[in-house]
Design a protein around this ligand. Structure first.
Ligand code: FAD
Length: 464
């Protein structure tokens, strides 16, 4: 492709990461006279806000994953490359994808962030977090296997441990997970087991601060806590987890030290930026914050390198809030940042520029179970069923591909009226692996093996 006006090769934009930030940047450049290369280590865009529904068996992984090639197939100037970028060379203006050198004129880094264990990475094995499709499948396996193991367990004390689910972190993900697990235990699975009464399960949500959903208005936090309690969730605020070991969660509540015995612990706290933040720090000297996010300029570039931009969860943008707090790690921030940088690149090609980036906050939403959500639109705050309907419409609207919208909507409507969850599958290998790793006897494992015929294999994760 050659720029007809100046008879030069077109401006080369490389985007690393096809999440919300990278994808929206690529889409906004679709009609620009530039060549776009989008590199992602996955071949799909993941709609993370619905990951908790995969983790709790409501929808299947493929329903919330859209192949990047198909999403960008209409963007004629865009090439998608599958690969992991580990190194950026600002002097040479290249990124390394394995051994391959990919040159750029402008670079947009949008590789996101994941949960952090505050330096206690060894907790991850015991308490997985929710960020990827694999995480969601792992969490779903742990939850479903816990009920299966409880059904077979003779010792009431151990059975109670199998039926105790602890979620650490009372932000939106923790609240959504807790509400959904409670519904699974108290409604969906209620009639499916013979030895155990699944409604005796305990779902405990631990939050270090004094209320759940800390970024929301206090009245919405209160409403969310009340809905969680209605669903049967034991909400414990001011609870700081100090250790996770041998199926025991240890926490501090004020001066008091408390322990909960639980075989399923899920982590929904903290944030740790993608390692490319550190790589950029090493190669450009750009400052990073404690979470490893890159501190960006008002136009989202990094100091001294005005052709390298960082957007989304990897960016620390603190130019808008008077208190110096960075913008939150939510999808709309990433989307608006991606679109802004795409626009800025086009302006610059015409010798112009843009005013600094300004995030327009359209509001925050969090869902608690199947009928309740909280919505803060600034000028209006909604809670309960109306908020839930609003949440539903927004999520369907933003699901990237039409077929996904239709599939997910149909699934939700079916689940809503039937009270069922279809995506409750555990594959054979996963069951055996999980039972063994959790110390269930070989005899139990063998009899699980015997039921191999009845186990359905999970449908393919990604449609290609
Ligand atoms: C469980 C969960 C629930 C959430 N719920 C909500 C919600 O309800 N509402 C909301 O607004 N936000 C929600 N968020 C936050 C939202 O998903 C993020 O803010 C958003 O995804 C950030 O977009 P991003 O483009 O910065 O990163 P991501 O969407 O995380 O995308 C990063 C991309 O980069 C790729 N990548 C990473 N490293 C490399 C590399 N080295 N080389 C190549 N590719 C790489 C990844 O494969 C991925 O595709 C939720 C997040 C999670 C985890």
């Amino acid at each position: 492709m050659v720029n007809a006006v100046e008879n030069q090769p077109p401006h080369n934009v490389v985007i690393v990461g096809g999440g919300f930030g990278g994808l929206y940047a690529a889409k906004a450049l679709a009609k620009a006279p530039v060549k776009v290369t989008l590199i992602d280590k996955r071949n799909f865009h993941l709609f993370q806000p619905l990951l908790y529904q995969v983790a709790t068996g409501t929808v299947s992984p493929a329903d919330i994953s859209s192949p990047l090639r198909s999403v960008l197939s209409q963007c004629q100037n865009t090439q998608v490359l599958l690969g992991e970028v580990k190194q950026i060379e600002p002097q040479a203006q290249t990124v390394m994808v394995g051994e391959e050198v990919v040159p750029y004129d402008s670079l947009i880094v949008a590789t996101g962030a994941k949960h952090s264990y505050f330096g206690k990475d060894e907790w991850e094995e015991f308490a997985p977090g929710l960020k990827t499709v694999e995480d969601a499948i792992e969490i779903r396996r742990r939850i479903l296997v816990a009920f299966e193991a409880a059904e077979r367990e003779k010792d009431p004390e151990i059975r109670a441990q199998w039926l105790t689910f602890v979620i650490v972190g009372g932000g939106p993900t923790g609240v959504e997970l807790a509400g959904s697990i409670a519904e699974l235990a108290y409604n969906t699975l209620k009639k499916d087991f013979r030895t155990i009464d699944t409604s005796e399960a305990k779902v405990v949500l631990l939050e270090g601060l004094d209320r759940v959903l800390p970024p929301f208005a206090p009245e919405l936090s209160q409403s969310a806590a009340a809905s969680l309690k209605n669903l049967g969730v034991d909400v414990q605020t001011n609870s700081l987890v100090t250790n996770l070991e041998n199926d025991i969660v240890t926490m501090k509540q004020g001066d008091e030290v408390k322990q909960i015995a639980a075989k399923t612990v899920l982590w929904a706290a903290g944030v740790k930026a993608s390692p490319l933040g550190k790589a950029l720090h090493s190669s450009t000297g750009a400052e990073i914050d404690r979470a490893g996010r890159v501190i960006v300029e008002p136009n989202l570039s990094i100091p001294g390198h005005d052709n390298i931009f960082v957007v989304g969860d990897l960016a620390h943008f603190a130019h808008q809030n008077e208190n110096g707090r960075p913008l939150p790690a939510v999808a709309p921030v990433a989307m608006q940042e991606g679109e802004y940088v795409a626009k800025l690149i086009q302006k610059r090609l015409n010798g112009k520029t843009l005013p600094p980036f300004n995030y327009v906050d359209h509001g925050s939403l969090a869902v608690i179970g199947q009928n309740h959500a909280v919505v803060d639109l600034g000028f209006i705050k909604l809670k309960g069923f109306l908020a839930w309907l609003f949440w539903l419409l927004v999520h369907i609207y933003y699901l990237i591909e039409f077929d996904n919208k239709l599939v997910v909507m149909t699934q939700w409507i079916w689940n809503y009226f039937s009270g069922n969850r279809g995506a409750r599958l555990i594959t054979q290998d996963e069951i055996l692996q999980d039972l063994r790793s959790r110390g269930v006897s070989e005899e139990s494992s063998q009899s699980t093996k015997a039921s191999k015929q009845s186990i359905v294999i999970e449908k393919e994760v990604v449609k290609v």
